[in-house]
Design a protein around this ligand. Structure first.
Ligand code: ADP
Ligand code: MG
Length: 404
């Protein structure tokens, strides 16, 4: 079944519409350091404002302990939203209390209010369904309908994501609709050749994604910290690089399965080996089968894919019609080990087809390396949620909106 779209709610003019957004932005001393998630909500908010709906926005921010905690207040976010929308945004000092009810009562058509952090209420994330339901009932009093648009939380069974959507007439916002549309293309009938690029720190974080995408991809490229477990499985020595010895059997099975299915699993032919883990560490390029034969011997640390590997990966990416990339190729946070990630990101911008970046650190990496969001087909806003979608899991926050 398909997601219920905004249209399914009928005319929302004059109606109080609760919009569950993901405004979980990074804050430093109450200043927003990246407003990407606020911007991502704008298309849905503008569509609703243009219809003359009365918007009641709710979100979580950080991990407060189910009680008010000033450092996780959404006040700075409401302020930023007002600047981005170019109109006043009311802010309620509580989530479902007097302040919230007053702010909602004062709304006129096209007006916007933000209520305080959902997670200041223990019911939002309660394990007990009855507790979540009770909080969802309180939230439901603030609106006539729910538009769910916080893609980053759809994998969580939480009051505002799940129970509230059962109580009120509910539909997916434009952000969730776009995310689902794009991620679905990566699992159902992708245009071929289809290349999946995997990196990041641990292979054990990505087993579900590898298992679900391996049978669907034409090529799988392995970089990041996980590449060393694959190289170790081939019998190569990897020095002190990130190695998950307990996953060697699993990755060996992946290599066999790839071969049986005719999927090209491409491993690095070289890596950047460093003397230690640090931005200024001495480093050299070494062939994949001789990583311990550098001046650092068996104490060397692999912190990036090498230049030959980057070239091979870039070529495979550029010549694909669908590319999904999750996980930086190296420790991109340090410029000396960011080259592989940069070459791969550049290649994704050159794909004549659909290129998708998923994963929190991967999205941060492309932005930090100076790429603009619109150079890619899509940058997924939901780290954990996108990966769980690509593992083929049923996500409660989507299921409740009609998705199957
Ligand atoms: P994402 O959030 O995009 O899913 P991950 O969380 O899996 O990505 O991994 C990101 C982290 O992986 C980055 O902080 C990066 O420094 C680290 N990383 C990449 N390559 C290596 C490596 N060779 N050794 C250690 N850490 C690595
Ligand atoms: Mg991460």
């Amino acid at each position: 079944m398909a997601l219920r779209t905004l249209d399914s709610l009928g005319s929302l003019a004059g109606k109080r519409v609760i919009v569950r957004v993901d405004f979980n932005v990074p804050l430093k001393d109450a200043v927003i350091t990246d407003d990407g998630r606020v911007r991502a909500a704008l298309p849905t908010l503008n569509a609703l404002i243009n219809q003359g709906a009365r918007l009641v926005l709710c979100s979580h921010l950080g991990r407060p302990d189910g009680a008010p905690d000033a450092k996780y207040s959404l006040a700075p976010v409401a302020q930023r939203l007002s600047e981005l929308l170019g109109k006043p945004v009311a802010f309620a000092l509580d989530t479902v209390g007097d302040s919230a009810h007053e702010a909602v009562a004062a709304l006129e058509d096209g007006d916007v209010a933000v209520v305080e952090n959902l997670r200041f209420n223990a019911g939002e994330t309660a394990k007990d369904a009855a507790e979540r339901c009770a909080f969802a009932e309180q939230l439901a009093e603030l609106g006539d309908a729910l538009v769910s648009d916080g893609f980053g939380v759809v994998h969580r069974k939480q009051a505002s994501v799940y129970e509230l959507a059962e109580i009120l007439p509910s539909a997916a916002g434009l952000l969730i609709a776009t995310e689902v549309d794009v991620l679905d293309k990566l699992t159902e009938n992708p245009e071929r050749p289809y290349t999946v690029v995997l990196g990041g720190s641990k292979v054990s974080d990505k087993l579900g994604v590898i298992e679900h995408l391996l049978p669907r991809a034409d090529k799988i490229l392995v970089g990041g910290g996980m590449l060393f477990t694959f190289l170790a499985a081939k019998g190569f020595k990897v020095g002190k690089s990130l190695l998950e010895a307990d996953q060697i059997d699993t990755v060996t099975r992946y290599m066999t399965e790839a071969e049986e299915r005719g999927v090209e699993l491409i491993l690095p032919v070289d890596a950047v080996m460093a003397a230690s883990f640090g931005a200024d560490a001495e480093h050299v390029v070494a062939p994949a089968d001789a990583l311990e034969e550098t001046a650092f011997g068996a104490t060397g640390l692999g912190l990036d894919i090498g230049p030959d590997t980057a070239r091979i990966f870039a070529e495979a990416i550029r010549t694909s019609k669908t590319v999904f990339w999750n996980g930086p190729m190296g420790v991109f946070e340090m410029p000396a080990f960011a080259a592989g990630t940069k070459v791969v990101a550049k290649a994704l911008t050159e794909v004549d087809g659909l290129s998708v970046v998923g994963g929190g650190d991967s999205a941060a990496a492309v932005r930090q390396l100076g790429f603009a969001d619109d150079e890619f087909g899509h940058i997924s806003t939901g780290g954990g949620a996108s990966l769980e979608f690509l593992e083929g899991k049923q996500l409660p926050g989507l299921e409740v909106l009609g998705w199957q």
